[in-house]
Design a protein around this ligand. Structure first.
Ligand SMILES: [Zn+2]
Length: 327
């Protein structure tokens, strides 16, 4: 295994070289869309792996690797933004990492490790720690317990508490050279790489997301399933669509529901004219109250797009509710 992306090769080799004696507080800083989060997770897995390869890389086979890949490693802790339920029952992302969450980390690192190796705490996005949470974390970072490694990830390191930042060994992840980013994008099957990179201010992962935004084939596949609610299996469909970019999903679902409402209320299709027959048929069968409720849920989801946590469950719930519109 090499670095998750070609432009991360240098920082990745630097990390690998330190595997036997890793720094206990690491800050990965750099623009959004450069793969810092993925680098941080790979580093965590590499530290936790119990049968590392000769070059120090995680094996991907041992129990520790399996636990890690299923988010179940007992010596790994992810400190991140959590979902919250709002006043009207809507789910939205918290805007800060709260002190209670940070206290749980403090407790976690006081315990003895479950396995014999390292324990890793990943804080992402670290610039979302509120002041109290940052102070709580600072205390453990000042004297980190043995074999405990903190990895902080941040797009906006200047927003971090200075005392916290100064505790960390910082690795800056810069934008890759344009040629390298363009070559990587082309390898992902993306056309028009230079324009997309320009639109994404040079960040390759953001450019890739934009390329997916034009995913017409994906739109068609989703709409064909939605067109046949009786045969739509929420579990299978959610599994298949969980990798869709949230923007595409939201855009497709939002317009589909809009069309069903338009058919129901004014007898015409606004967006998906290529599905007019299906929409006319389905719109006539839809339970208006349930359809309106689902459209409201969808509008709320639009506000939490940047944080596709629990994507699978969210999709399943949506699809379940969608089927009931036609009961
Ligand atoms: Zn392993």
């Amino acid at each position: 295994m090499s670095a998750p992306y070609p432009w991360l090769e240098a920082p990745w080799q630097r990390l690998l070289g330190s595997r036997a004696h890793p720094v206990q507080a690491l800050l990965l800083a750099g623009p959004r869309g450069t793969g810092k989060g993925r680098l941080a997770r790979l580093w965590a897995q590499t530290l936790l792996c119990e049968a590392p390869q000769a070059d120090g890389m995680a094996c991907g086979q041992c129990p520790a690797c399996h636990w890690f890949e299923t988010d179940a490693h007992p010596d790994f802790y992810l400190l991140t933004l959590q979902e919250k339920t709002g006043k009207e029952g809507e789910i939205r992302m918290a805007t800060a990492i709260e002190v209670d969450q940070a206290r749980e980390v403090v407790d976690f690192v006081q315990l003895s490790t479950y396995r014999a190796g390292f324990r890793v705490v990943l804080v992402d996005p670290a610039d979302s720690l509120n002041l109290a949470a940052a102070n709580a974390l600072l205390k453990v970072l000042e004297e980190p317990p043995l074999n405990t490694v903190f990895v902080l990830v941040s797009d906006q390191p200047r927003r971090l508490l200075p005392t916290l930042r100064s505790r960390c060994t910082r690795i800056d992840i810069g934008l890759p050279p344009v040629d390298q980013a363009a070559q990587w994008l082309a390898g992902q099957g993306v056309a028009d790489t230079m324009n997309l990179l320009a639109l994404a201010s040079g960040t390759p992962l953001e450019a890739q997301r934009r390329a997916e935004g034009t995913g017409l084939d994906e739109r068609r596949a989703v709409l064909q399933s939605l067109a046949d609610p009786a045969r739509l299996d929420p579990v299978t469909a959610a599994e298949r669509w969980k990798t869709l970019s949230p923007q595409i999903w939201h855009d497709v679902a939002y317009k589909w529901l809009g069309d069903l409402l338009a058919v129901r209320l004014q007898g015409s299709v606004l967006f998906n004219r290529d599905f007019t027959d299906v929409l006319t048929h389905l719109g006539g069968r839809a339970d208006l109250a349930k359809l309106l409720a689902l459209a409201r849920t969808q509008a709320n989801e639009g506000r939490t797009l940047a944080h596709p946590l629990n994507r699978l469950l969210q999709l399943e719930a949506w699809l379940m509710q969608y089927r009931h519109v036609f009961d």
